[in-house]
Design a protein around this ligand. Structure first.
Ligand code: ADP
Length: 656
């Protein structure tokens, strides 16, 4: 047996934190590595030692094999844990570790290689009587051959890149007329993503559920499965919610699928943590092998919560050559666990990733809630890596209890400063069909937005009122003089105060008046009586019509990010307060009407312009906005640059 006293973690973010946690528990020294943008990330501080390994682009740091091995050798590490992603399923890297006598915490090299290609993996599984999706995984790759095979399989079919992963290069083809284009497109995509354009074709399982089994092997030939996880809630073929047990599982099916998973593991002499993925056809009750992931999965905590096992600890033990200290019979699931992945992404905009700074991150205190987080308040979600912010995992005795707890956690989690999928996750959990366990991999596509119009407008209006009072109390605090007068007191007492906010679609006009220690906000149908109860740098507690709400608020320039338990996350942009007045102050001056990016400057200094000519193109809240000349003249000065950002009221240019 080789003893592991020091582990280098060749990864970042939440998974690095997760591994450090177990290292500490086992008395193992942990060494983190970090890139430029990650230097202040929590995991870097949590490790016993941390080493800077290069620039922010993955190839300079987390994919820089040379640098990582060199760091490991310099610091006498016994083992490298690759986490998931980056070098986790890279057999070349595993081999380099072996050559340097560093333990690679993962399966043996030939197991990684055997599962690296989808066509090879399927052939191997077929030989070991593991059911695979009917399809074609041959060498001949001409369009004619692939078309003929697709017809043989019967439409719809799914094209997959042999070298693929992460859902890239996959394409559903529904009829013969589409096949040629689809083959060419899939080949192009996989060549670009993986440098290899070999495809396999599979029968497309329309009502498929993604059910996977955690497997574990050791170097003594023992192989077990550690129950299933259902991961059918996906967007772009990638998981966002996972739970265990699967709502469709019974003992008979579990025994069958578990045995297939163990057979798959044995086929490749598996000797660490892995996952055998299956697609389960609810109509026929058949299940088919998809792939083996030769690493620890993102969703492994779900399994840990129901079994009480520490999978990272087990990984380290078997990597040292110890036999598995648990047998198949001893693996028992208790209760239910569910995990959701919080991403910086815009569910309303095709789930596109979002970058920026998380101003406030606060996890609610809930017994049985586990948070595996990459960040803290103030952390950046950068363009360089996966935009996952955190994983929330809950355990409870029953599925409904676990689901209720997760909803509570999601409603009360505060994560402000950018768009996230927090409310989207909550919507899924609130769906009756999801609660009943009736779902498949298409669930998200069929999810309709059933937030009522009135709830949505209430949410925006109340959040706008809270933002208004948030600003009001700040002004009030900063005001040295005239303390006896409320802020924004006007001699014209009867004209109410006004604020205008923009959401993606609408303009929200707020009119209010300070009145006897409270505020009246004037509404279309009725007025709201509002009291400011309490406030600080990042929240206000307000009473609206007798009900108290807490609004967490983060204000970046003129953008408000607002969260409340009742209304979820709302984003508002505040419109310039006194636009007319500012424009008047500089004759011939043109100012930005709201916080914007300068997209294009259409004129040059010294140029003559006529009334109605375009001057500058701005973009704000995804909308472009051209500023036109009001009268003719000569451009005297341009104060901004293309690509820059301007705040509301900033002078853009001046015309003589
Ligand atoms: P990757 O390696 O890119 O993650 P997988 O083979 O694991 O690809 O498949 C990812 C997801 O695609 C699955 O979880 C499932 O939702 C869907 N999928 C894969 N194969 C099929 C199939 N034959 N029929 C229906 N859906 C499939």
């Amino acid at each position: 047996m080789k003893k592991i006293n020091t582990i280098l973690i060749a990864n970042r973010g939440e998974i690095a934190s997760r591994i450090i946690h177990t290292c500490k528990k086992m008395g193992i020294k942990s060494i983190a590595v970090f890139s430029e943008v990650d230097k202040n990330m929590p995991y870097v501080k949590q490790a016993d030692m941390a080493v800077y390994i290069g620039g922010s682009a993955p190839k300079s740091s987390y994919l820089n094999q040379e640098k990582i091995i060199e760091t490991a050798q310099k610091n006498n590490v016994d083992a490298i844990h690759p986490g998931y992603g980056f070098l986790a399923e890279n057999s070349v890297f595993a081999k380099r570790c072996e050559e340097k006598k560093i333990i690679f915490i993962g399966p043996n090299i030939s197991a990684i290689d055997a599962m690296g290609s989808k066509s090879k993996a399927k052939k191997l599984m077929q030989e070991h009587n593991v059911p695979v999706v009917p399809g074609y995984q041959g060498k001949e790759q001409s369009v004619e051959k692939l078309t003929a095979e697709a017809i043989k399989i019967g439409f719809p079919v799914l094209l997959k890149a042999t070298a693929g992963g992460g859902g890239k290069g996959m394409r559903i083809v529904r009829e013969k007329s589409e096949i040629e284009n689809a083959i060419n497109a899939a080949k192009r995509e996989s060549r670009n993503a993986f440098g290899d354009d070999e495809l396999i074709i599979e029968k497309y399982i329309a009502s498929g559920r993604h059910i996977e089994f955690q497997i574990f092997g050791d170097q003594h030939g023992n192989t077990i499965h550690v129950l299933e996880r259902e991961c059918s809630i996906q967007r772009r073929y990638q998981k966002i919610i996972e739970e265990s047990p699967s709502p469709v599982m019974d003992e008979v099916l579990r025994a069958k699928m578990g045995a297939a998973a163990v057979a798959a593991a044995q086929a490749i002499h598996y000797d660490n943590a892995g996952t055998v993925e299956f697609i389960y056809d609810e109509k026929t009750k058949d299940f088919y092998f998809l792939e083996v992931n030769t690493r620890l999965q993102v969703e492994h905590p779900v399994t840990e919560e129901i079994t009480g096992l520490d999978l990272v600890e087990l990984q380290i033990e078997v990597a040292q050559g110890l036999p598995l200290n648990i047998s198949q019979d001893e693996i028992k699931g208790k209760g239910y666990a569910i995990e959701v992945r919080l991403y910086a992404e815009d569910a309303a905009n095709n789930f596109l990733p979002v970058t920026g700074r998380i101003e406030k991150f606060k996890v609610p205190e809930v017994a049985g809630l586990r948070v595996e987080s990459a960040i803290k308040s103030g952390s950046e979600i950068s363009i360089f890596y996966d935009p996952m912010i955190a994983k929330l995992i809950v355990w409870d005795k029953s599925r409904p209890a676990a689901h209720r707890k997760m909803q509570y956690a999601l409603r009360n989690l505060v994560c402000l400063g950018m768009t996230t999928n927090q409310d989207f996750l909550l919507r899924i959990l609130e769906k009756e069909s999801f609660q009943k366990g009736i779902y498949d991999t298409h669930f998200i596509e069929t999810l309709e937005d059933d937030l009522t119009e009135s709830h949505a407008s209430l949410a925006v209006n109340f959040s706008a009122m809270a933002s208004t009072l948030f600003d009001w109390q700040k002004r009030e605090k900063n005001r040295g003089l005239l303390h006896s007068l409320p802020s924004c007191w006007r001699s014209n007492f009867y004209a109410p105060q006004k604020e205008v906010y923009l959401t993606n679609e609408n303009e929200i006009k707020i009119e209010y008046r300070y009145n006897d220690g409270g505020f009246v906000f004037f509404g279309k149908e009725s007025d709201h009586h509002v009291k400011l109860i309490d406030a600080s740098e990042d929240f206000v507690r307000v009473e609206i019509n007798g009900v108290r709400y807490v609004f967490n608020i983060s204000k970046k320039k003129n953008n408000f990010y607002i969260h409340s338990e009742s209304f979820g996350n709302i984003q508002l942009a505040q419109k310039e307060r006194f636009p007319e007045k500012e424009k008047e102050t500089i004759k011939g001056g043109y100012a930005a009407p709201m916080p914007s990016a300068v997209i294009k400057i259409l004129v040059e200094k010294g140029q003559s312009v006529g009334a109605g000519d375009g001057l500058v193109v701005l973009s704000s809240m995804k909308m472009e906005n051209t500023i036109y000349a009001g009268e003719s003249g000569v451009v005297e000065e341009i104060y901004v640059e293309e690509g820059g950002n301007v705040e509301a009221g900033v002078l853009l240019l001046k015309i003589e």
